[in-house]
Design a protein around this ligand. Structure first.
Ligand SMILES: *Cc1c(COP(=O)(O)O)cnc(C)c1O
Length: 353
């Protein structure tokens, strides 16, 4: 079979997402999904959109959704790009905005979203990983070198550490000739979005997803916000690839999710307060916990082997994520669940330790 593959495909080393087991009696704390379902208004909107109109192609520019997002962030619709999950949005960004070999390599942290090097391989982008500081924070001074672009998640994944807007603003000022992408997949769990800086910095692109804080991982909606020039570049790529990345149901769901601000605030606050409770409990069990502003925590236990801990949890029906990456291979990444799930996690850890 593999003889049908091009040499390019033979050499690809694709991203492997956390597992999605098809059993329901499992406590799934491995892929940072929201433990709360989407707002009931979202379910209603999807049902109402599911009719005869599905025979028609969706609006190619998803204008209504772009207007909704623009309104929420006080931007204009021409500053918004939408796609099939932020992974797709990121793919177009890497392809269209981050490959500038004449200026230097693309820079991102050594411990970061593991999809970034995969996109680089897919699009032939030369990159350099910048090591995190010893305390796992991103030291943006280390990004001060010739580059063809800069990308980092804020809060970072899988560490959960947050950078302030002042730090981000200083990177933008020092790199006006290249694009700086802030991947804000987890920003709603305790950070301040850099979207407020877009009107000042033409080189800033902010990426967000509806998969985490808005409970819609199964719907696949992501977006980018930036200057009209950057957004136009992304539209050129998108319209050379797939004119209709979002279907009718995705658009309806996303608009309804933005409309139900009350539900969003409630669930987001519950995740944040549960995170603080879980951190407290884990620390009292002897875990070292990195300071997280996201919906997960990265932890290690000085007296226990990480792979054995993960295996013991799995035997009790709880799955968490482990990364076989230098520097963090002694850590477990645990997604914050509902209060009942978190209590179960703590009880199981007590038994295991
Ligand atoms: C989850 C995640 C994404 C991808 O989100 P989707 O919109 O579901 O594709 C992007 N970046 C980071 C850092 C993430 O953790």
């Amino acid at each position: 079979m593999s003889s049908y593959w091009s040499d390019f495909v033979k050499d690809l080393d694709p991203y492997s997402p956390g597992e999605q087991p098809q059993i329901s009696n499992i406590t799934k704390l491995n892929t940072n999904e929201n433990p709360y379902g989407p707002s009931p208004a979202v379910i209603t909107a999807i049902s109402e959109a599911a009719d005869d109109r599905l025979r028609l192609y969706p609006p190619p520019e998803a204008d209504q959704l772009k207007c909704k997002i623009a309104e929420y962030f006080q931007l204009s619709a021409t500053q918004i790009f939408v796609g099939n999950g932020s992974d797709e949005v990121l793919a177009h960004i890497f392809n269209g905005l981050l490959s500038h070999p004449e200026k230097g390599p693309l820079l991102f942290p050594d411990i970061s979203y593991s999809f970034y090097p995969v996109f680089c391989q897919l699009y032939g982008i030369h990159y350099e990983k910048i090591p995190l500081a010893d305390d796992f924070s991103i030291d943006l001074d280390d990004f001060q070198r010739a580059n063809g672009g800069i990308i980092f998640p804020n809060p970072n994944a899988p560490t959960g550490l947050l950078l302030g807007l002042d730090a981000i603003e200083s990177v933008l000022q020092k790199n006006i000739d290249t694009v700086v992408v802030v991947d804000e997949a987890y920003i709603d769990f305790g950070g301040q979005t850099a979207a407020s800086l877009i009107d000042q910095y033409d080189n800033l692109l902010v990426v967000q997803t509806m998969s985490k804080s808005r409970s819609l991982a199964g719907m696949r909606v992501g977006y980018a916000m930036g200057s009209e020039h950057l957004i136009e570049g992304l539209n050129r790529i998108k319209n050379s690839f797939n004119s209709y990345p979002l279907g009718h149901l995705q658009i309806a769901a996303a608009i309804a999710a933005f409309d139900d601000t009350q539900y969003f605030e409630n669930t987001r606050q519950k995740v944040i307060s549960e995170r603080e409770r879980v951190v407290d409990k884990l620390q009292s069990l002897g875990f070292e916990v990195l300071p997280s502003k996201s919906n997960f925590v990265l932890v290690r236990h000085p007296q226990n082997k990480t792979d054995l801990l993960a295996q013991s949890l799995r035997e009790k029906g709880i799955i968490v994520r482990y990364f076989a990456m230098p520097r963090i291979d002694q850590f477990l990444r645990i997604t914050i669940g509902t209060d009942a799930q978190n209590t179960l996690l703590i009880e199981c850890l007590k038994q295991i330790l």
